[in-house]
Design a protein around this ligand. Structure first.
Ligand code: AMP
Ligand code: MG
Length: 321
């Protein structure tokens, strides 16, 4: 059931969490599917509902820094700097876990991924639940992440008791995930916090390496069922359009294009603002995926700032086929 995220309904949802149930709720990135992170029986329900493999660890959401002491065994200087600079916000940090965090939450790892969301509804839900909330995105495993309560409902319908509706999410793309070792910061997943910003806080380069693998970073992910192809120039895509009956073409900014009749045209942003593109990305892909077209062509963005995370999601969507 979708409930407006009023004070009363957030309290009601926190009762569900405290009783070992599952609630979908908005964060500033995408909608999450949450359960008490310290309750094994509750966490297992998340995996069941999402049909997510058990080795794919969850992110634990907290409302106050004091939880770090309880959930982890080491809070080093670099982690402190990052927390100070970016929390609450879309940066997830991987810590060495303490004994109270069950292995089901961490996919069997000795580390735990933690973040403090920058969304009042999420923060209140955690506060009223009086426990950290483990929450992956509220979609079926591998599919497009939801950026509205309706997208959650259409994917998970009555498998969750409560879906708190807090409107469209502000970033529309998942958090950046980092891991710290020997004073180096490794990027485990590109996301809403730009790596350039992280580098200016730590005063050195971050490490992005294919070799540093986080479980759960699959080759295809966040993917529509419809085939998706990334294109760079309109010239390149133009002669491909006639090979299909029904085509969707989405550009980064609004363009004035002459296109054949078999093409449905759309754009991610009015003037190319990448934050706007990120915000609309999953919603547009989801919308056109339901339309039964043969193919979706999506224009590439420049790989800088949040553009890196956008390209990461597009490549993973392209990799379904
Ligand atoms: P999401 O599905 O958006 O909730 O993101 C969860 C992802 O965070 C997982 O798929 C992992 O890639 C990453 N993650 C969570 N916990 C850890 C951890 N302890 N170590 C490394 N990566 C993690
Ligand atoms: Mg996810």
């Amino acid at each position: 059931m979708i409930l407006l995220a009023s004070e009363e309904n957030i309290k009601r949802a926190s009762e569900v969490i405290r009783n070992g149930g599952v609630v979908a709720f908005p964060t500033e990135t995408v909608y999450g599917l949450g359960a008490d992170a310290l309750n094994k029986d509750a966490v297992i329900k998340i995996f069941e509902i999402k049909e997510r493999p058990l080795f794919d660890p969850l992110i634990v959401h907290i409302d106050e820094i004091k939880w770090i002491e309880k959930l982890t065994i080491e809070f080093n200087e670099i982690a402190k700097k990052l927390v100070e600079a970016f929390w609450p916000g879309p940066l997830t940090i991987v810590f060495k876990k303490s004994d109270i965090v069950p292995y089901i939450t961490t996919g069997g790892l000795n580390t735990v991924a933690i973040r403090m969301p920058d969304n009042e509804i999420a923060l209140k839900l955690i506060r009223y639940s009086q426990t950290p909330i483990a929450a992956p995105s509220a979609n079926k495993f591998g599919y497009i992440s939801p950026t509205s309560a309706r997208m959650v409902y259409e994917q998970l319908n009555d498998k969750v008791d409560i879906i708190l509706d807090g409107g469209k999410t502000r970033y529309g793309i998942e958090s950046t995930i980092v891991y710290i070792e020997n004073e180096d910061v490794y990027i485990l997943r590109l996301g809403a916090i730009e790596i350039e910003k992280i580098e200016s806080v730590i005063n050195k380069k971050v490490i992005i390496s294919e070799k540093v693998k986080s479980p759960g970073q699959f080759k295809f992910h966040y993917a529509p069922y419809t085939r998706l192809i990334i294109f760079n120039s309109f010239d390149e895509v133009e002669n491909k359009l006639k090979n299909y009956k029904k085509v969707v073409l989405i550009s980064i900014k609004r363009e004035n294009l002459k296109l054949p009749d078999n093409v449905i045209y759309d754009f991610f942003s009015e003037n190319g603002d990448l934050r706007e593109v990120a915000k609309n990305l999953f919603e547009k892909l989801y919308y056109y995926d339901k339309m039964n077209v043969d193919i979706i062509f999506v224009q590439a963005v420049k790989e800088e700032g949040i553009g890196r995370a956008i390209m990461d999601r597009l490549r993973k969507a392209q990799n379904r086929y």
